[in-house]
Design a protein around this ligand. Structure first.
Ligand SMILES: [Zn+2]
Length: 733
């Protein structure tokens, strides 16, 4: 009997890639590797696999409570080897933390710089499992049997009712007249809303009729885990093409679209994973610039994940299923690309990837070549020695990069960026962070000064951007550069920092480090430490000098009182005196320097109408940032009449503002959501807990800190009686 083929799949907070990889990898035993925090997600994936792929076994294994502990990963992999009697053959490292990914891929890896297992990464743009080794074929995703119910289920979401609601059914049957006859009590506004929903749904169903790979569901409400009879989120219509999901929101006017976009994307991702997209359909004529206003509102809401169309556009442009696929999922193979089966993985020549990803040259060093590598005897992270050479990646948050430059104080640094990375201004900011780390307390030089001191020259970008999903290409680029500087300066230690960039970029850097005998470092922001994965050591990082003007896109230093920086439209959206009081107290309580930044859009009547979905003020304390959010409990509606805000709508604003700060500051940011006494902030706690797969915080925010950026601190406060929490010295957190 053949020995079993075992695949290890890492599970993070988005379980969709784990499910798809488990269905795709050529293995008959799947081990879902999780931390304590993601165990329930891993168990749901295992249960789904039992139904979808009864021919393969699935079990869950934990690495312990700390997903940043490489030792726990090694112990788990040894146990998998022992339990199955063979070494695992495949690894999908798409999920889990950076440390989990790198530690698993390098487990028992030879010193040649090849990974210990066959490593795969789910490339969301092409729907391929991309291999690290250029000689391995890319595997087209197998998603047979994966429908909207399965996707929601692995995310722990369940519909309150598994069919279209009665009013929508009536409108589908006989339009407004049937709806009014069946539900005579409905307000005319509600009738219009339901009729519009039914119209969108009817159109989507008509153009996708007969397509077995497309599923369309009408309005669905997601059961609230804490109040099972109520819903925590709802969708107007859902379209699935293979495993991809488009959440359709029907709005009666375009004005509602911009302000709703943040929450809508958050709930879509929570229920269907990070690749879910959102389409707003509004009645009335198309609105020029609406799409741009959504991006201005939050750069996270790019046109690739949020679209806004008029109902007329929808009818005219989406005339058939292919038009639908091309408009929203252009990277996906269309019909006729073959059955989606998980038997017989394709060969390299038959894989549809061959055309879009020409095979890379296999690295020239033969795997058996004698290697100078092994791990260097002295750790470049924890030992005090000469300044190292640093190689790191530029990710979506530029803060991590600046922290890495600060932590390692490199003699020279190479920054590798993908096409997605934003390079503008980064080199100078990194040079300045380096100067500041070497000259604590000294005034910071300008651009000319950085050139003169040589700091600018010490930071380099790799000449060509890399494919952020191709670990092998990143490894090749990093290795070539390390070899080059080693030839000039053989004694200097080398460190790669894997904290930022995509997972594939991190793994590529780690593989290059392995081959070059370099240390592999990862920053743990929560306690400002740096872990060396090669030597197992931990070093304290100190505090980076951050160019906040670069990080806090959309904010300007606040000079003078906050009320002077807010136009009347902005003042209607947020509680300005409450934010000002909190900022004032927190700034005074700080023992270190404080930066005060105000949301620029507050001053502009054209953009201030959505200010409640952003931090009004951001306070910066060295390398950390606190965003102050205080959505008003009463605000003018479209008609101009001031109305009360529901606790759910208030909570959604807080959730959107949290995502907004998170995009800029990642783990270094924390939102403090403020309400006056009488405001019900409890719903915000529940909503946030749901979005983050967590338990609501019951301690009232008494004890708070950094490292958990998705969870705002909720504070009920009266400026006249400031709470003790405002006396927190954030400088020491
Ligand atoms: Zn080390």
């Amino acid at each position: 009997m053949d020995s079993p083929s075992v695949a290890v799949v890492l599970v993070g907070l988005n379980p969709t890639p784990a499910l798809l990889s488990s269905l795709t990898l050529p293995a008959d035993r799947i081990v879902l590797l999780c931390s304590d925090g993601t165990r329930s997600l891993a168990e749901r994936v295992a249960a789904a696999l039992e139904r979808l792929a009864p021919d393969r076994s699935a079990r869950v294994m934990g690495v312990g409570p700390d997903p940043h502990d490489p030792v726990g990963v090694g112990v788990a992999l040894e146990r998998i080897h022992r339990d199955h009697g063979v070494a695992p053959r495949h690894l999908d490292y798409t999920g889990g933390t950076k440390v989990m990914s790198v530690a698993a891929a390098l487990h028992r890896a030879p010193a040649t710089g090849a990974p210990g297992l066959r490593c795969h990464y789910l490339d969301p743009t092409s729907d391929l499992l991309r291999p690290v080794d250029a000689a391995d074929p890319a595997l087209p995703i197998a998603d047979g049997g994966v429908d909207l119910g399965v996707l929601a289920d692995v995310h722990g979401a369940h519909w309150l009712e598994d069919r279209d609601p009665a009013p929508v059914r009536a409108a589908l049957r006989g339009g407004a007249r049937a709806l009014r006859e069946t539900f005579p009590g409905l307000h005319p506004t509600e009738v219009r809303g339901v009729v519009n929903e039914a119209e969108v749904l009817r159109h989507l169903r008509r153009i996708t009729r007969g397509r077995g790979d497309i599923e369309v569901l009408g309005p669905r409400r997601v059961a609230d885990p804490r109040h099972p009879a109520d819903s925590i989120a709802d969708f107007d219509a859902l379209v699935r093409i293979r495993h991809r999901v488009l959440c359709v929101e029907v709005k009666s006017g375009p004005e509602e679209v911009v302000a709703r976009a943040g929450w809508t994307v958050a709930k879509a991702r929570r229920v269907f994973g990070n690749v879910a997209k959102v389409l707003f359909v509004h009645t009335g004529p198309p609105v020029p610039g609406l799409r741009e206003r959504i991006s201005d509102h939050s750069p996270a809401l790019s046109s690739s994940n949020v679209q806004a169309w008029s109902l007329r556009d929808l009818r005219e442009r989406l005339t058939d299923a292919e038009a639908l696929r091309r408009a929203f999922f252009p990277g996906q193979a269309g019909p006729g690309s073959g059955p989606h089966t998980r038997t017989a993985p394709p060969t390299a020549s038959s894989a549809p990837s061959a055309a879009s990803f020409p095979p890379r040259a296999v690295p020239s060093a033969p795997p058996t070549a004698p290697c100078a590598a092994a791990t260097a005897p002295i750790c470049a992270v924890t030992a005090t020695g000469p300044a190292p050479i640093l190689v790191t990646a530029l990710g979506s948050s530029r803060l991590g990069l600046l922290s890495a430059v600060h932590a390692h104080r490199p003699a020279r640094a190479l920054l590798i960026s993908s096409r997605q990375g934003v390079r503008s201004g980064v080199r100078e900011a990194a040079a300045r962070a380096l100067y500041a780390a070497e000259h604590p307390g000294a005034p910071l030089p300008d651009t000319a000064g950085l050139r003169e001191s040589g700091h600018r020259d010490r930071i380099r970008f790799a000449a060509d951007p890399v494919d952020g999903f191709d670990a092998g290409a990143v490894a090749d680029a990093a290795r070539a550069w390390i070899d080059g500087v080693r030839a000039e300066d053989p004694e200097r230690p080398v460190v790669v920092d894997v904290t930022t960039g995509t997972k594939a970029m991190s793994l590529g850097l780690a593989l290059a480090a392995r081959r070059s005998g370099a240390c592999i470092a990862c920053l743990v922001v929560r306690d400002r430490t740096v872990v060396c994965l090669a030597h197992g050591g931990t070093a304290a990082q100190g505090r980076a000098v951050v160019d906040w003007a670069l990080v806090l896109d959309g904010y300007a230093p606040l000079v003078g009182p906050l009320s002077d920086a807010v136009c009347p439209q902005g003042a209607a959206q947020i509680d300005v005196p409450l934010v000002a009081a909190a900022a004032d107290h927190l700034a005074r309580a700080a023992s270190g320097p404080v930066g005060v930044w105000a949301d620029r859009s507050l001053a502009d009547p054209a953009t201030a109408s959505t200010a409640r979905e952003r931090s009004a003020v951001v306070l910066t304390f060295d390398d950390r940032a606190v965003g102050l959010v205080a959505p008003s409990w009463r605000r003018p509606g479209r008609s101009g009449v001031v109305r009360g805000v529901s606790r759910g709508a208030w909570a959604q604003s807080v959730s959107a503002a949290t995502g907004h700060l998170n995009l800029r500051c990642d783990v270094a940011g924390k939102v403090m959501a403020l309400s006056r006494p009488g405001g019900d902030v409890g719903r915000a706690g529940e909503l946030v807990a749901w979005i983050t797969h967590d338990e609501p915080d019951d301690d009232g925010g008494g004890d708070w800190g950094f490292g958990d950026p998705q969870r705002p601190v909720l504070v009920v406060a009266d400026p006249a009686a400031p709470p003790a929490l405002w006396n927190t010295d954030v400088s020491v957190l």
